[in-house]
Design a protein around this ligand. Structure first.
Ligand code: TEU
Length: 583
């Protein structure tokens, strides 16, 4: 097969629709709002838009709980609005990727309503039902000890009073897991894909698609996290026994026929052979997956997600190097992302988001991502350097069910411990999913130009200084310096112009152990680039240039008029959060 594929070169922009643009003043973003901003996205250099779920949903988990796969939630608009969006996307030579959530449905989906109606229902076996267990004292217990993913203090099983059985609900009780062992379920899923591809969608981001095959004996998970009754069950449901069989089936029957774009979201998978089985050039499963390694760099290993751990540039390099080399050496494909709707803002997480350094940090991360191999994903607001919600926001501003469950867990566990309550707030300010879900900051008018009404979620207080309009109007705020948005736009142009290097070229990480500097080479037969990033707030000297022979420095996140006078051999002096690109 030809290594050149459109989906490898594509720049994908993720839209979180509730917070993108509200066109009708109800405080909730909508499909016409997306359509209005297509020119903005095209101008930035976006080829594909991936829209987080807009289907009919009670919004227990912001649309990742779908009640009807073939209809749009009225809060987002109508199917006709989506048809129009597709038409406008195509007019601009762009593509639309839908978010496919088929590990589970909403508890309000007709399939589940029927399934839970009685033990003899025709759809009982579309979901995973099990009888209770009883402990020595005769108390009812769930079938095993797996924890709920979005509420770690709770069981992954939900008791159904009416039919006196438990159903599996890995994420929340409102999101019952489908039973993929049932061929009728798989066929129903195939029909959903067909429905959207026939309508003009170009492919799918597949939500937790590696969780669909569960070990059928449903064993207890090992006891790892102390102070927790329920434990990580992922060993028994991530990349389970029949995953490859079902992905191949999906590919053979549907995806390959339409040449559909696919990216599988895959938490918990690290095994290299397993990854290549999924995304190797010969795999006939998926184009690429979202790996979570980088997202776990600041979490305590083995523990739940909402923990804080320190890390440095060498940790980041090990992670980046491993995936870059793996894909090159074994002909697989990778995706690049540093934030999404489930993660905090990257500028806050990986750099310094203070007023003094935020722009440098945002551009550094931009330069890193646009010079690595993989399909590039930009999350809404990342292109203007949006940051986490401020520490002053109390728990009541957090809207995500996972955050609500987390605060509750800390209140239940440590009711009279102000230090623990403060820790909970600190952890959420750093890690909560809410920080990436605040309304998009379009301009400095009330509600950041997101809505004329009252937004469903509070707008970040910093919108008067951080917004798209200001950055578009003032592309060069000080001579030689681009706005974050303009920096992104140019970096995407540079990436496309030099795709043989940046998309398809070779990769070498330099100096794995340095704890502050990230430096790597990218090259093709004709050209070579060197990226050097100071991932620290200190002035450092990176003295490893030696025989690399930089001809000239072509981009940087400080005043670019100074690039010309810089040292070309032996050493690179770097100011705080400085990033430079040489050829
Ligand atoms: O996320 C799945 C997932 O495992 C994580 O990203 C998860 O949200 C996070 O780590 C919680 O600790 C996907 C969606 O992206 C997410 O928004 C949904 O909540 C989830 O699936 C359920 O559909």
């Amino acid at each position: 097969t030809d290594k050149h594929q459109w989906w490898k070169e594509a720049v994908v922009y993720q839209i979180y629709p509730a917070s993108f643009l509200d066109s009708n003043g109800d405080g909730w973003g909508d499909v016409p709002g997306i359509t209005q901003k297509l020119d903005y996205l095209k101008d930035l250099g976006v080829d594909v838009i991936w829209v987080s779920p807009i289907y009919k949903s009670p919004q227990a988990d912001m649309g990742y709980d779908i009640a009807d796969y073939e209809d749009i939630d009225p809060s987002y608009g109508t199917l006709a609005d989506v048809d129009n969006l597709i038409k406008e996307v195509k007019k601009r030579d762009m593509k639309l990727v839908m978010d496919l959530v088929v590990n589970h449905t909403s508890e309000e989906h007709a399939w589940f309503l029927e399934s839970r109606s009685s033990k003899n229902s025709a759809k009982r076996d579309w979901y995973i039902w099990k009888p209770a267990k009883y402990d020595a004292d005769g108390n009812r217990q769930p079938p095993n000890n797996w924890a709920q993913i979005l509420g770690e203090a709770n069981s992954a099983w939900t008791w159904d009073e009416k039919t006196q059985e438990y159903y599996l609900s890995l994420f929340t009780p409102e999101q019952p897991d489908l039973d993929w062992e049932n061929p009728a379920v798989r066929e129903a899923v195939h029909n959903i894909l067909r429905f959207w591809l026939d309508r003009g969608a170009s492919g799918f981001r597949m939500d937790v698609i590696n969780l669909i095959s569960k070990v059928q004996t449903f064993p207890d998970a090992d006891f790892v996290v102390k102070d927790s009754k329920y434990q990580h069950g992922s060993k028994y449901y991530a990349n389970g026994p029949r995953l490859h069989e079902w992905l191949k089936e999906l590919n053979r029957n549907i995806l390959s026929k339409y040449g559909a774009f696919t990216v599988g979201e895959m938490p918990f998978v690290r095994d290299e052979d397993e990854i290549i089985k999924l995304v190797g050039a010969q795999s006939e499963e998926l184009n690429m997956i979202f790996s979570f390694d980088l997202m776990h760099v600041d979490k305590v290993p083995g523990d739940f997600k909402y923990t804080l751990n320190s890390w440095d540039a060498s940790d980041l390099k090990r992670i980046v190097n491993r995936l870059q080399r793996l894909m090159l050496e074994r002909d697989g494909w990778n995706s690049l992302y540093v934030e999404n709707h489930d993660q905090p803002r990257s500028v806050s997480r990986f750099t310094d988001d203070s007023d003094e350094w935020r722009e440098y940090g945002a551009k550094l991360l931009c330069l890193m991502q646009t010079t690595l191999a993989g399909t590039l994903y930009v999350y809404q607001g990342e292109e203007i350097g949006m940051r986490n919600v401020p520490e002053s926001w109390g728990p009541e501003e957090y809207k995500d069910i996972e955050s609500i469950n987390f605060f509750k867990k800390y209140r239940d566990l440590y009711p009279n411990d102000p230090a623990k309550q403060a820790l909970a707030r600190k952890i959420m300010q750093r890690k909560a999913r809410d920080s990436s879900r605040t309304p998009m900051q379009w301009d400095d008018s009330p509600q950041a130009g997101f809505s004329n009404g009252k937004p469903w979620m509070r707008v970040n207080d910093d919108y008067k200084t951080i917004n798209a309009a200001a950055q578009l109007a003032n592309a060069k705020p000080t001579p030689g310096t681009l706005s974050v948005h303009a920096f992104w736009k140019r970096a995407l142009e540079l990436r496309k112009k030099n795709k043989e290097v940046f998309v398809y070229g070779d990769f070498e990480m330099l100096d794995m152990d340095d704890k502050k500097v990230v430096a790597y080479r990218r090259w093709s037969e004709k050209e070579a680039f060197l990226t050097v990033l100071n991932l620290s707030g200190e002035t450092v000297t990176w003295a490893k240039l030696n025989d690399l022979k930089v001809k000239k420095w072509v981009a940087g996140n400080y005043d670019e008029r100074e690039l010309e006078g810089r040292e070309l051999s032996e050493k690179v002096g770097l100011r705080p959060w400085e990033a430079v690109l040489g050829i």
